[in-house]
Design a protein around this ligand. Structure first.
Ligand code: ARG
Length: 472
C-alpha cells in the first residue's frame, strides 16, 4: 500500500482497513477527468506564478503521458494505491521527483474528487441525451409510418377507443422528450467548477478559479467552497432523471411484451432481439424487454441509496460521499445500456397492422362514437349511453361488432339510427374525427409530427465543447 498521508501516523494501516477505505477499484473510471482537472490546475498555478512555467509545463506533459500510457495499456493502475488521485501523483513523483510533489499545491482531494465526479457525470449527462435523441428518432420514424395504422387504445388494459400506432408512439415521444429536457436542466445547474474549494475553506494561494473553470468548460466557479466539496445534488438529480427514463422504458417494455404475446400478436420482436428456451422449441422470448423492465429496480435502488447516504452528512466533506461512485456508475451504465438496446429492439420490431385493426374493430372501441351519433340526432347523452350499453350486450350475445348489426336490429334499440351510422362508427371515422391538438386523427397527428421533427432538428445539447477544449 502506498498512501499520501503517512506523516502523522506511527503505525501501518491495518490491511482490512486499507481495503475498506480504498476506492481505486472504481474511481479509476474517471482517470481521464482526474488528469484533465490536474492539467487545468497546474496550468493555472503556472500562470499565477505559484509554480514556474517550466514546472507547470513538465507536469502537464507528464500528465498527458500517463493518460496515454494507461489507455495504451503500457502503464497499469495498481491497486496498491488508495485512489486514482494517489496513483497519478505517485507516478508523477516517481518520474519528476520534486516537481511531481508540487502537483497538489493549493488543492485537496476533496475538491479534486468533487471536480472529477462532476466532470464525469457531466459527460454521462451528455451521452444520455445523445441516446435519448437516437431513441426519439426511432420513435418518430414509426410515427411517420403509422398515422393510418388503427389499433385499440386502452384504459385499465381494456379496449377503450381506437387510436393509431402513430398516436400511441407519440405518447412515448413526449416522455423521452421530457427526459431530454431534464438532462439539459441538470447540466445547466451542475456546470460550475468546485476546483479551488480546497479541503473546505478555499486556499491561501492566489488561485484563479475563473481560469480553471473556463479551461474545463464550466460556466464559472462554484460560489461556496464548503458547498463546492460536498454538493452531490446533481448526482441525485441525475439518478432521479435516470430512474424516470427507466420507468418510461419499463412501461414501454411491458407493452412490447404484451403485444408480443400469442394472444395479442400486435408485434413480433426480431429474431436478433429475442431468445429461445432450453426446453420448449416453439419459444421466442422477449428477454430484452423483460431485462429492461427488470433493471429498472437497480436504477431506482441507486437513487434511494444516494438520497440515504447524503441525508445525514454534516458539512463539509465526509468519507460517506465516496459511496456516490459505484452505485452511480452502475446506474448510468445500466440506463445507457437499456436505452441503446431498447432502441435496437424497437427499430427492428414488426408491427402486425391487420391484427391491431381487427382487435380495435372487435372491442367495441366505437361505442362512444355510436353514443355520440345518437346525441347528434337529439338523444340526451345519458340516454344514449344506456342505449348503446344495451346494444353492446346484444352484440356480446351474438359475438359481433356494433357495425355488424343490420339496420333493423339497430332500429329495434333506437329508431334514430339510419344507414349513415355505419360510416359514423367505422374505425377510420372514429379516429379521424378526433382532430383536437394531441388527438389521434390523421391531420392532428401530422401537425404534431411536424412539430416533433422540428424539435429534433433544433434541440441541441448545450456546449459540450469541453471535450475538444481540454488538451489544448
Ligand atoms: N476517494 C475519496 C472519495 O471518493 C476521495 C476524497 C478523499 N478525501 C478525503 N478527505 N479522504 O470521496
Amino acid at each position: 500500500m502506498a498512501q499520501l498521508w503517512g506523516g502523522r501516523f506511527t503505525k501501518e494501516t491495518d490491511q482490512l482497513v486499507y481495503r475498506f477505505n480504498a476506492s481505486i477499484a472504481f474511481d479509476q473510471k474517471f482517470l481521464k477527468q482526474d488528469i484533465e482537472g490536474s492539467m487545468a490546475h497546474v496550468g493555472m498555478l503556472g500562470r499565477q506564478g505559484i509554480l514556474t512555467q517550466e514546472e507547470a509545463g513538465s507536469l502537464i506533459r507528464e500528465l498527458k503521458r500517463i493518460l496515454a500510457e494507461v489507455e495504451a495499456g503500457t502503464l497499469e493502475i495498481s491497486d496498491q494505491y488508495e485512489d486514482i488521485h494517489s496513483f497519478v501523483e505517485a507516478v508523477l513523483i516517481e518520474r519528476l521527483g520534486d516537481t511531481g510533489k508540487k502537483l497538489h499545491t493549493g488543492r485537496s482531494r476533496n475538491d479534486q474528487v468533487a471536480l472529477d465526479m462532476r466532470m464525469y457525470i457531466r459527460m454521462e449527462v451528455a451521452q444520455t441525451d445523445d441516446l435519448l435523441k437516437e431513441l426519439l428518432e426511432t420513435v418518430l420514424t414509426i410515427m411517420k409510418e403509422h398515422t393510418d395504422t388503427i389499433m385499440p387504445g386502452f384504459t385499465h388494459l381494456q379496449k377503450a377507443q381506437p387510436v393509431t400506432l402513430a398516436h400511441h408512439m407519440g405518447a412515448y415521444f413526449e416522455m423521452f422528450k421530457r427526459d431530454r429536457q431534464r438532462m439539459r436542466d441538470i447540466y445547466e445547474r451542475m456546470n460550475y467548477c468546485p476546483l479551488g474549494s480546497g479541503a473546505l475553506a478555499g486556499t491561501t494561494y492566489p488561485l484563479d478559479r475563473e481560469d480553471t473553470a473556463r479551461a474545463l468548460g464550466f460556466y464559472g466557479p462554484s460560489l461556496n467552497s464548503m458547498d463546492g466539496v460536498s454538493d452531490r445534488d446533481y448526482v441525485i438529480e441525475f439518478l432521479s432523471a435516470l430512474s424516470t427514463i427507466m420507468m418510461h422504458l419499463s412501461r414501454f417494455s411491458e407493452e412490447i411484451i404484451i403485444w408480443n404475446t400469442n394472444e395479442y400478436q400486435f408485434v413480433e420482436i426480431d429474431d436478433s432481439y429475442s431468445t429461445g428456451s432450453s426446453i420448449m422449441p416453439q419459444k421466442k422470448n422477449p428477454d430484452i424487454a423483460e431485462l429492461v423492465r427488470g433493471k429498472t429496480g437497480r436504477v431506482y435502488g441507486a437513487l434511494l441509496s444516494m438520497l440515504t447516504t447524503m441525508k445525514g452528512i454534516p458539512l463539509a466533506y465526509n468519507k460517506d460521499m465516496q459511496e456516490d461512485k459505484e452505485l452511480t456508475f452502475d446506474a448510468v451504465d445500466t440506463a445507457k445500456g437499456c436505452l441503446a438496446l431498447f432502441n435496437g429492439m424497437l427499430a427492428t420490431v414488426r408491427f402486425h397492422k391487420e391484427r391491431m385493426r381487427k382487435s380495435a374493430a372487435l372491442g367495441f372501441t366505437n361505442a362512444t362514437d355510436a353514443a355520440d351519433y345518437l346525441v347528434n340526432h337529439g338523444v340526451p347523452f345519458r340516454d344514449a349511453h344506456g342505449l348503446i350499453g344495451r346494444l353492446v350486450l346484444y352484440c356480446i350475445e351474438k359475438n359481433c361488432a356494433i357495425d355488424d348489426l343490420t339496420l333493423e336490429e339497430l332500429k329495434a334499440v333506437s329508431p334514430v339510427f339510419e344507414e349513415d351510422l355505419f360510416e359514423a362508427v367505422s374505425m377510420e371515422a372514429c379516429v379521424n374525427k378526433r382532430l383536437t391538438v394531441g388527438a389521434p386523427g390523421k391531420e392532428a397527428m401530422e401537425r404534431v409530427i411536424a412539430i416533433e421533427e422540428k424539435y429534433l432538428e433544433e434541440a441541441v445539447f448545450p456546449g459540450t465543447d469541453w471535450e475538444e477544449r481540454l488538451f489544448l
